[in-house]
Write a protein that binds this ligand. Structure first.
Ligand code: MLT
Length: 415
């Protein structure tokens, strides 16, 4: 299939994935890829190629692929194996998988106490959970940065489950519920165990979280959190500082925090009756309010991650009220959005169903949902930072320095 940057004002770039051709295979250093026109300025770099990515790419129709695999092929694997794939660009053998899991478990056996004290000093309920996540990551770095990109990445990936569990319980004012860590259980399983959830409830929670985790790990190189993390890392800042910056980027409502807004939107609708939903959506549009869970900067069809989550929901929570609203929205909204010519993608994105599934397995507070997104993306961003550090025959990607063109700045002098 051919991917085209469909901006009529620019020269087209064609990368043919079906033939396995990637940039570099058939292009010389001086081949022109893209022509910048004035329309590209002040557009958030939308669609402008700025680098290469080895972990994943996003096909506008078929969605995200990790190292060539459509994410749906990987969604039921162990989460550690998918992290291994992003880091090593191939799936592990059974033995490699066991060694990798053991390494992660070993690295999670201890948490720097200084970092924990920082979280304990925050007031329960204060700020947004994403603030706590960025603070927690910075605190881990302040206490325990080694300066080695791989070690720091692996330590952070390994310790995220405990950071997440502590964040949930400390911010929620229930620190006494925290169970002692059991990293040998696996990343998601250790988190669920530390929250004190057991039995069938824990199994359902793990199933949804593992699936969510894998679907959210990576989304090409240009999404805002990944790009921000890599930009900070390009100045040779630590992995912790880079990932905390990425989490802050993710916290915006136009990026990761949309999954929180989407469940709140679903709850506000409060009915799965298609006629009432249509009235609701039309009145939101008339009031110029956003319709959450639809559209995407790159995708031009239903996000396969949305389809996969909706499919999982049909097994996990078919009778859940929020889930029923989500499936009704999926049918009702696209034809309405198609009536608006400037909307290039009227289809559901990953946020449409993730919140209702998390809610149905016991995570009742939507403001925590973006922390799951952030936790998942730590692996993808670390993998991309590692790739950028070893790019150009080990010299690494230089410090990011795009050019801004002066506007309304005539030369002036103080008299
Ligand atoms: C996503 O997962 O959909 C993103 O991070 C948003 C994007 O790709 O720009």
């Amino acid at each position: 299939m051919q991917l085209r940057f469909q901006d009529s004002t620019v020269r087209r770039v064609i990368i043919d994935y079906s033939l396995g051709l990637m940039l570099g295979d058939n292009m010389g250093d001086d081949d022109e890829l893209f022509t910048i026109t004035e329309a590209n300025l002040d557009s958030g770099l939308r669609g402008v190629p700025v680098g290469t990515c080895r972990t994943s790419f996003v096909d506008p129709i078929e969605g995200v692929h990790y190292v060539g695999y459509p994410v749906g092929d990987l969604a039921n694997l162990e989460e550690e194996d998918v992290i291994y794939l992003l880091l090593n660009k191939r799936l592990p053998t059974e033995e490699e998988s066991a060694t990798f899991r053991a390494e992660l478990a070993h690295r999670a056996e201890e948490m720097p106490t200084g970092a924990l004290r920082v979280l304990e000093s925050l007031t329960p309920g204060s700020g947004h959970p994403m603030d706590w996540l960025a603070i927690g990551i910075m605190a881990l770095g302040a206490a325990d940065s080694t300066g080695d990109t791989r070690s720091d990445s692996m330590n952070l990936i390994a310790r995220m489950p405990e950071l997440m569990a502590r964040l949930f319980l400390l911010r929620g004012g229930k620190p006494e519920d925290l169970r002692p860590r059991k990293p040998e259980l696996g990343l998601v399983e250790n988190f669920v165990h530390m929250l004190g959830v057991e039995g069938e409830e824990a199994e359902r929670m793990e199933r949804v979280l593992r699936f969510f985790f894998i679907l959210h790990m990576d989304h090409g190189g240009g999404n805002l959190s990944t790009f921000s993390g890599k930009a900070v890392a390009s100045g040779r800042a630590s992995v912790y500082a880079s990932i905390a910056s990425a989490m802050n980027a993710l916290s915006g409502p136009l990026h990761g925090r949309a999954n929180q807004a989407c469940l709140e939107f679903v709850q506000r609708i409060g009915t799965s009756d298609p006629v009432e939903i249509e009235d609701f959506v039309r009145s939101e549009l008339a009031a110029k309010r956003p319709i959450y869970g639809f559209g995407h900067g790159v995708l031009r069809a239903e996000d396969p991650r949305a389809s996969l989550l909706i499919e999982l929901g049909s097994e996990i929570c078919p009778e859940d009220e929020n889930y029923k609203i989500v499936t009704a929205l999926r049918e009702v909204v696209p034809p309405i959005l198609k009536e608006i010519p400037k909307i290039s993608n009227p289809y559901p994105n990953v946020d449409i169903a993730s919140g209702s599934l998390l809610h149905s397995v016991g995570f009742r507070k939507p403001d925590y949902y973006t922390t799951f997104f952030g936790w998942a993306r730590v692996a993808g961003i670390c993998a991309q930072i590692l790739d950028e550090r070893s790019a150009r025959d080990g010299r690494g990607t230089p410090i990011y320095r795009p050019k801004y063109i002066p506007r309304e700045q005539p030369h002036q002098r103080l008299k």
